[in-house]
Design a protein around this ligand. Structure first.
Ligand SMILES: *Cc1c(COP(=O)(O)O)cnc(C)c1O
Length: 384
């Protein structure tokens, strides 16, 4: 019998709504190796859209480390870490992360997203409370939701609001976890770590910070926001990714040995997934060595940040203390227009718009490998 009902028809209608709101997005392909200049759909463009802050994703040493590890261990880890998927390389990488962060131990996940999901769900549950910055990354927000704890958002970087919400909700909860990005990924500003540590101590709460955009970028040795604020050695939970300044793929958690041993037994997104591939693991390990041995990469990155801020002195930039600089625009069409103007001039700097962020903007990520001429060309188009 024929029926007119189609249980999938709503998908097309939903997509039409997304189009109407100007929210529709699709992928673009970059060709060749990543870098400050890339080939986008057959055209050479200056790249301001990459998280590869130190220019390591196309570095020959990382590539060679990945090739060597693949030849030695094969392409896949073949199982979860607790069964057949563990290799010496994973332990070496975890030791290198713990040494960089000056923590007791670290644990590598298949991505930063999975590190947040697994860690947050392992640490809190139904009787507990999560306080979450409203601008946190999707992985923190979804980790919080998945944990089944009570989730209370506080106004972005507003510690008066956080304090009042701690006062209101903390007494009724068993455990409490405060979660925040350290560098806010779509704005470029920093969390107020020293004050957050004080508040966490005062309200008997755990603090988890996501160093995804800070590792390799901030701090004298590239250890991140914790080092930048001279909070090294303080008790807290640090999450990060191997896929931004470290140029590879994967995520990590770092903190006390007790925390890491607990997560190995309680974090489902670590226990029930395949160990990180040998190639990704070896590339990340090579990257950590390079960021420790070549601090000049970080110096060049910050030289570029300061130069671009000077060149854009007349432009409405969001407050930033990172290599992420955002030009604020009034609406989606304005942001798409400027992104178009830039791409026509051979500059790749994407429009970031609702629903990803509350207000439209052009988001510029700087790299150590940008030349001053790249920044001058960008500024010339924006200032014209
Ligand atoms: C990119 C990012 C992640 C996700 O890391 P992946 O390794 O790409 O999954 C998590 N948190 C923040 C703040 C990020 O910017």
């Amino acid at each position: 019998m024929k029926t007119s009902r189609d249980p999938y028809a709503w998908i097309e209608r939903s997509l039409a709504t997304i189009h109407q709101a100007n929210w529709y997005r699709s992928v673009k392909s970059l060709h060749g190796r990543p870098g400050a200049v890339v080939n986008l759909a057959g055209r050479s463009v200056i790249n301001f859209a990459s998280n590869d802050y130190l220019g390591l994703a196309g570095d020959d040493r990382l590539i060679q480390a990945a090739i060597n590890a693949t030849q030695k261990y094969g392409t896949g880890s073949t199982g979860s870490r607790l069964l057949s998927g563990n290799r010496d390389l994973h332990g070496e990488l975890e030791m290198a992360i713990a040494q960089l962060k000056q923590t007791e131990a670290a644990l590598v996940f298949s991505s930063g997203y999975l590190a947040n999901l697994g860690t947050i769900t392992a640490l809190v549950g139904k009787r507990d409370l999560i306080l979450s910055d409203q601008y946190n990354h999707s992985s923190l927000k979804n980790g919080a939701r998945l944990s089944q704890a009570q989730v209370v958002d506080y106004t972005h970087n507003n510690l008066v609001d956080l304090t009042s919400k701690l006062q209101q909700h903390r007494p009724q909860s068993r455990r409490c976890l405060i979660i925040t990005d350290s560098v806010f990924s779509m704005d470029g500003d920093l969390c107020q770590l020293p004050k957050l540590l004080n508040l966490a101590a005062k309200y008997n709460s755990m603090l988890l910070i996501d160093e995804a955009h800070a590792t390799g970028v901030l701090g004298a040795t590239g250890a991140g926001c914790v080092e930048h604020f001279h909070c090294t050695g303080e008790q807290l939970i640090q999450i990060g990714t191997l896929s931004k300044a470290l140029g590879s793929l994967g995520g990590y958690v770092t903190g006390s040995t007790t925390l890491i041993n607990y997560l190995k037994n309680r974090a489902p997104s670590w226990i029930y997934t395949t160990g990180l591939s040998p190639a990704d693991t070896a590339a990340a390990l090579a990257a950590i060595k390079i960021i420790q041995q070549e601090p000049e990469r970080r110096s060049r990155l910050w030289r570029n940040v300061n130069l671009l801020k000077q060149l854009l002195a007349e432009v409405n930039l969001l407050a930033s203390e990172s290599p992420i600089l955002c030009i604020e625009l009034e609406n989606i069409p304005q942001a798409l227009n400027l992104a178009n103007k830039l791409i026509n001039a051979g500059i790749f700097a994407p429009a970031i718009r609702p629903p990803t962020v509350p207000t439209s903007r052009i988001r510029i990520s700087l790299m150590a490998t940008h030349e001053p001429e790249h920044l001058e060309k960008l500024a010339a188009v924006i200032n014209s």
